[in-house]
Design a protein around this ligand. Structure first.
Ligand code: GRF
Length: 202
């Protein structure tokens, strides 16, 4: 049986597209049950529509506070029988209401090698710092931004002439590969969280 995914987005959704493509190819043992966006103009919503996937827009401003906003996200996920939540370019901190309903079942994607360069500008911050090695992290989300147990990481070399844009292109290529890979590992039942470590079973 395939794992039902709820994918949270805020923007372009190129990672959502990578997930959809690998799901449709039957490679992940998973399917996207619903896409939730906090922005009505997120292009990822168009991608979801093109693939006949349910879309729900939940703008933070439509809710009185963080708790009721996050409760609405949780309820939407539950309505679609979501088992695994994937934050694919969702640019907000996910609340306790969702995390408590999905313990170790919320995956986040970050465009840097955590714990370095957490936050909303991982690529720019790493480049400004002058790192020679950049990378991507896929991890389970917890209540602290960009802090939970790491599932997969991959590094890449920074080039002398890299700009934020050129580095981001190569980072995206890695993201489009390892985020679906983490979903596949989950669907195969191969991820075990022990303390703050994720063991990948053979
Ligand atoms: C990704 O680089 C992700 O790491 C970051 O936001 C970007 C989302 O890209 N958090 P997209 O919307 O999947 O194209």
């Amino acid at each position: 049986m395939s794992v039902k995914l709820g994918v949270l987005i805020s923007g372009s959704g190129s990672n959502l597209q990578a997930i959809i493509d690998r799901c449709e190819a039957g490679e992940l043992g998973a399917e996207v049950a619903v896409v939730i966006s906090n922005r009505a103009d997120a292009y990822g919503l168009v991608r979801a529509e093109q693939h006949g996937i349910a879309r729900v827009v939940l703008p933070r401003k439509a809710f009185a506070d963080e708790a009721s906003y996050n409760s609405a996200i949780r309820d939407t996920l539950k309505e679609h029988d979501v088992e695994l939540v994937v934050m694919a370019g969702y640019m907000r901190l996910l609340g306790k209401e969702v995390l408590d309903a999905y313990p170790n079942r919320v995956v986040n994607l970050h465009p840097a090698l955590l714990p370095s360069f957490a936050g909303a500008h991982g690529v720019k911050d790493a480049l400004d710092y002058g790192v020679k090695v950049a990378g991507v992290t896929v991890h389970f989300a917890n209540e602290v931004f960009d802090e939970g147990p790491i599932i997969l990481q991959e590094a890449l070399a920074v080039r002398e002439d890299d700009t934020e844009e050129t580095l981001a292109v190569r980072i995206h290529e890695i993201e489009h590969r390892i985020l679906p890979e983490a979903i596949k590992l989950y669907a195969e039942g191969r991820l075990e969280v022990v303390g703050r470590k994720v063991r990948i079973r053979a």
